[in-house]
Design a protein around this ligand. Structure first.
Ligand code: B12
Ligand code: SF4
Ligand code: SF4
Length: 341
């Protein structure tokens, strides 16, 4: 048991890129009614995976993992890469277009692979260190599982929900990926449960004011998915209408970070970053993505994408987040900006 508690310290887990961690034994989301009302009002728009059977599973962690007793929740930060990317955007090399910071945040590798393999390593270690019978069972939660992950992180005391819906951690901001291990045993005697964080947005409305497509409803402080540029550029793979007023955005071609860029809790940590780690943009995959999408004209990019088959595109971007939309989805995003010219 001693070895297990020594392993499960933040200091030790830093080597996995974890910047904060917490534990919760609560299986039911704190803001469940908000989620159910949100779906009932159709605010999820085209995101059908948030309704039906997967909505039922999200009501209680035990609907997904019946043996649930506690969950370890981890925050993986990509703020340093995002900072380096913002510096790149200011340089002459930039073509004025933007991609979500998380795309480059894990060396250009899709976090569904990279963070997953880190969680798998931690899982294997826990199973090997847990001395008690019956054997510990562990399920992963990383984006695609039917789990309200921001709420899970809230319950684990890791942050609060910003008006932009992001889970914000006081020390680390919101440029984070959330990943969790759901356990068949209660580990609260090993990792103590923290108090839930209170709201630290106060009177600020910067994210609401900055959102070009008015996707954040001020009264309910919740997001309307089909107005969000992130939905349009990441979730819609075929021809689709862009959200109204997307032309006043900042050239987003994959994802959108605007409501996080303006957040004082992110600005605060950027101010503390003394050096720009530009080498974070230099991994082979990151360099390839930047050279393909961010430092040449939209016309050139479109012409290259048109010369590729769908299969060739998938091969080229294999293992990166840009595989998701496929060639057609990215062409749709780029054509939006080209047609504005
Ligand atoms: C669907 C989805 C999307 C959709 C819809 C997002 C949304 N806000 O609902 C779209 C495609 C738009 C999207 C975009 C992005 N996403 Co996304 N997405 C998800 C996914 C798969 C499910 C989210 C969900 O259940 N939404 C339903 C709403 C109701 O729940 P929620 O977003 O969790 O919001 C909770 C709180 O904010 C709170 N809440 C929200 N409004 C209000 C209002 C009141 C009054 C109250 C009390 C509470 C409250 O209650 C909600 C339920 O617990 C999660 C992974 C997961 N399995 O949870 C990732 C996830 C939320 N996404 C993530 C990321 C990184 C992004 C982007 C930054 C990517 C990008 N750069 O383009 C953007 C950010 C957009 C934004 N401002 O939210 C991260 C967020 C990390 C963080 N720090 O919060 C997650 C957790 C993935 C992960 N494992 O890391 N995403
Ligand atoms: S991600 Fe972009 S479009 Fe979506 S709510 Fe934030 S600022 Fe608005
Ligand atoms: S910009 Fe302001 S209101 Fe929006 S999440 Fe950040 S602190 Fe909260």
């Amino acid at each position: 048991m001693k070895e297990l508690s020594e392993f499960l310290t933040l200091e030790n887990l830093k080597s996995y890129g974890i910047v904060d961690m917490g534990l919760t034994t609560a299986p039911v989301p704190h803001t469940l009614s908000h989620y159910n009302d949100w779906v009932a009002q159709g605010k999820h728009g085209p995101l059908s995976y948030l309704e039906g059977d997967r909505q039922d599973k999200r009501q209680d962690l035990r609907h997904y993992f019946s043996e649930f007793k506690s969950s370890l929740v981890f925050l993986f930060s990509y703020a340093d890469t995002k900072y380096a990317l913002d510096e790149f955007y200011k340089s002459e090399e930039s073509n004025g277009h933007k991609i979500a910071g998380y795309v480059l945040g894990f060396n250009g590798i899709d976090y569904h692979f990279e963070v997953k393999s880190r969680l798998e390593e931690i899982k294997a270690k826990l199973i090997s260190l847990d001395p008690e019978l019956p054997e510990l069972k562990v399920e992963l939660s990383l984006d695609i599982q039917p789990v309200l992950e921001r709420d899970l992180a809230l319950r684990a005391g890791l942050g609060w929900f910003g008006k932009n819906s992001m889970l914000i951690n006081k020390r680390e901001g919101s440029f984070l990926i959330l990943g969790s291990l759901l356990l068949s045993k209660d580990y609260s005697h090993i990792v103590s449960e923290k108090k839930m964080e209170t709201d630290h947005c106060g009177q600020c409305t910067r994210c609401i004011d900055a959102c070009p497509t008015m996707a954040i409803e001020p009264e309910s402080r919740s997001l309307i998915a089909n107005k969000c540029i992130s939905t349009f550029t990441i979730e819609l793979f075929k021809e689709a209408s862009a959200p109204a007023q997307m032309e006043s955005a900042h050239g987003e071609i994959f994802g959108c970070d605007i409501c996080q860029d303006v957040c004082p809790w992110n600005k605060r940590i950027f101010r503390k970053m003394i050096e720009v780690k530009s080498d974070l943009l230099q991994s082979p995959k990151n360099k390839f993505i930047i050279d393909f999408f961010l430092n040449r004209s939209v016309d050139e990019i479109i012409s290259e994408l048109n010369s590729l088959s769908n299969r060739a595109y998938q091969k080229l971007f294999f293992g990166t987040p840009l595989q998701r939309t496929g060639r057609v989805g990215l062409l749709k995003n780029l054509m939006f900006w080209k047609n504005l010219k």
